[in-house]
Design a protein around this ligand. Structure first.
Ligand code: PRP
Length: 216
């Protein structure tokens, strides 16, 4: 029998993903985020779990290297991959926001020639084009985005805010909320037809576990 291949994210979504899968009875034995081992094989249940960078999960799933995976809505919006987004898993909840110095609260329209630093250039440019109807300069960064307004690289940032501690520690505030974000289960389009039974079983097991959780 063929293996079902699942791409799970390393990093901020890792612990809750593995916990949910285990509770739902999907074998994730011996996985921990600190491990350097990238493939975990359960021979008896014919499941292989790949641990990949969160932003790469949709790539593995789109190309069919993984049949299914767990990815943040932020990554799915930014990458817009050709995959089925089948289930909002609810955890990893945070907000995609515009942030900057408090002096811009309710006054972002006063900023001339706005520069917006972000790890999410697609989300940021669509927001400014489609929602705000504004022309802004988008500056792509790879991390520590909160630094940009502090050293005059940009006036604003577009980034995810979870606890708000990073903004607070750097003297920045949320100026506008773009959307809510959480972890989603995604499925490769061909696998959905070829491995329907196994995939449906996993979706049902996760749905059941999520509804048990919300009953508590
Ligand atoms: C994310 C995000 C913010 C921070 C928000 O960065 O880009 O910087 O977390 O979380 P908080 O609201 O709980 O403080 P991440 O930790 O992934 O690191 P990075 O900036 O290097 O990408």
């Amino acid at each position: 029998m063929e293996y079902l291949k699942i791409a799970l994210p390393k990093g901020r979504l890792a612990v809750q993903t593995v916990e949910l899968f285990k509770k739902a009875g999907i074998p994730c034995t011996d996985i921990d985020d600190d491990s350097r081992k990238l493939i975990h094989t359960d021979q008896s249940n014919k499941i292989k779990i790949f641990l990949v960078k969160a932003a790469d999960v949709p790539v593995y799933v789109e190309y069919g290297a993984a049949d299914m995976g767990v990815a943040g809505k932020d990554t799915l919006m930014e990458e817009s991959k050709n995959v089925y987004d089948v289930l909002n898993l609810g955890f990893g909840a945070c907000r995609m926001c515009v942030a900057g110095e408090g002096k811009y609260l309710n006054r972002t329209d006063k900023i001339m020639n706005k520069r917006v630093a972000t790890k999410y250039p697609k989300i940021a440019s669509e927001y400014y084009r489609n929602v705000k109807n504004e022309n802004v300069e988008i500056i792509k960064l790879n991390g520590s985005v909160e630094l940009a307004p502090l050293c005059n690289l940009s006036e604003l940032i577009v980034d995810i805010v979870e606890s708000g501690k990073t903004l607070q520690a750097n003297g920045l505030v949320v100026l506008e909320k773009i959307c809510d974000i959480s972890a989603h289960l995604i499925v490769n389009k061909v696998s959905m037809n070829m491995k329907t039974d196994k995939i449906s079983y996993i979706i049902s097991a996760l749905k059941k576990e999520l509804s048990n959780d919300s009953d508590i």
